[in-house]
Write a protein that binds this ligand. Structure first.
Ligand SMILES: O=C(O)CCC(=O)C(=O)O
Ligand SMILES: [Fe+2]
Length: 223
């Protein structure tokens, strides 16, 4: 699980909020699977609305190009963003994101992401609660523009919003490395390799670090 601070800057957030103020939203239950239909009560941006498409594209581009996301999620396929809105009384109860993502190309769900658009003081409730591997749940109510990524196989929920409205974008990605422990180890190795490349360019140590990194990639990464 990791946080990407300031994935979106103030100007982008302002533009997104302006677009979403006018955009069409429809009942999120329409896209819920059988396992989550009864616990889902939110609104989703209508993907046929040009304003929604613009927000989807902008956030997707920022996320998929972000160095921290690339290193930590090792994404292969990142699904289009879904724009979620929770007005007063809305929530999304405990559920898991679907392991197989329909679409072209089909993908496996490995890493889920929420990008927060609303400031924490604009709404009450609405926390994203993610059950971690150890069973101790973690609660997120992040500043606008921040993102949180967590393994798609963890149970999570959005608490009922009791005042105001909560806007966020979510997506699920297939990682080049399915196993979460390997993914973390690979991210660590890629970070230390970059550091060695910086401080010890053209040394046997750099060549060794590159070798380990490349061979781990060959061993674990799906092309
Ligand atoms: O809005 C969120 O933060 C997460 C929503 C969610 O879990 C989902 O759309 O699958
Ligand atoms: Fe979810």
């Amino acid at each position: 699980m990791f946080i990407i601070p300031d994935l979106l800057d103030t100007a982008q957030l302002r533009e997104i909020r302006t677009l979403l103020a006018e955009a069409r939203f429809s009942d999120g239950r329409q896209t819920a699977g059988p396992g989550s239909r009864n616990v889902k009560n939110n609104l989703q941006g209508d993907p046929s609305d040009e304003r929604i498409q613009q927000v989807q594209r902008q956030v997707h581009e920022r996320l998929t190009g972000h160095p921290q996301y690339r290193i930590l999620a090792v994404p292969r396929i990142v699904r289009p963003m879904t724009i979620n809105r929770y007005d007063e009384g809305m929530f999304y109860g405990d559920h898991m994101d679907h392991p197989l993502l329909a679409g072209d190309p089909p993908a496996r769900g490995d890493v889920s992401t929420t990008v927060f658009f609303s400031a924490p003081d604009e709404y009450e409730g609405g926390e994203l609660v993610v059950n971690s591997q150890s069973g101790e749940p973690r609660t997120f109510k992040l500043p606008p523009g921040h993102a949180v990524c967590y393994p798609a196989g963890t149970l999570h929920r959005v608490n009922p919003v009791t005042r105001g409205s909560r806007l966020a974008a979510v997506t699920v990605a297939e990682s080049r490395i399915q196993d979460v422990t390997r993914r973390e180890l690979f991210s660590d190795v890629s970070q230390i390799t970059r550091w060695v490349q910086d401080v010890a360019a053209d040394t046997p140590q750099e060549r060794l670090a590159n070798k380990v990194y490349n061979n781990l990639m060959r061993l674990w990464c799906q092309p």
